[in-house]
Design a protein. Sequence first.
Length: 276
Amino acid sequence: MDFEKYEWLFKDIISFGIKVGLALLIFTIGFWLSQKLKRIIRNRLIKRNVDPSIREFIIPIFDFLFKLLVVLSAISTLGVHTTSFAAIIAGLAAGIGLSLQGSLSNFAGGILIILFKPFKVGDYIEALGHSGTVKVISILYTTITTSNQQEVILPNASVLNNPVMNYSVNPLRRLEIKIGIAYNEDLNKTIDLLREMLSNEEKIDKTQSITVEVSDFEEYRINLAVRAFTKREDYWDVYYKLHKKTIELLNEHKIIVTPSPSKMIIKDNIKWWETI
């Protein structure tokens, strides 16, 4: 075999192999460095007390741009012109952008949430039928943790285009207990007992209104709305505590709590109750 005839081929293979090895080296080191830089940036932002919402939004964008630069550098090492590659990427991005309009809307929504701050990480909000503490505001989604420790992921565009209740804006939050009593019970006595219970609860803010009012009537009962204000950080503790104390208090005074009329539904061997 005449090796001199194929010498050029061997040289090209060796040259290309070196380029591939160098590209893989750039790729590997670049992605490793990306993780290091991400940690450094996060720590710097934490030390400078940068808002967690802004912090968790900026870092993924930086990470994406840095990794894109690494990929372009690795491709350039292989001899591919980055201008041509960039044109291909731009074309693909345009096509992908048309098919991912929802994601682009979520990205824009994330930017607007960061800029206008209807809520921030740590706030307790109610949005899209879910309520919980904001855990992360990312470039596409907002994640909240509910009171039963479930994580709910909400698209930023939907959050921005729908009403959001932010319970963390004010230091106080109103709690409400709804309870029904029979028509033959002593209404005024019940109201006085419940109002006294609220007045004696140390975590109820006495500078705000404390009310026990008739909210509406049903066929078998009178519905009462028991309302008071407490600090937002005490809300759930006070909420559950007062529910328990309300039942105990009314039982002690032999005032019967009347549930809404309901019926049992049985389907496929599964039972549940529905209010009539």
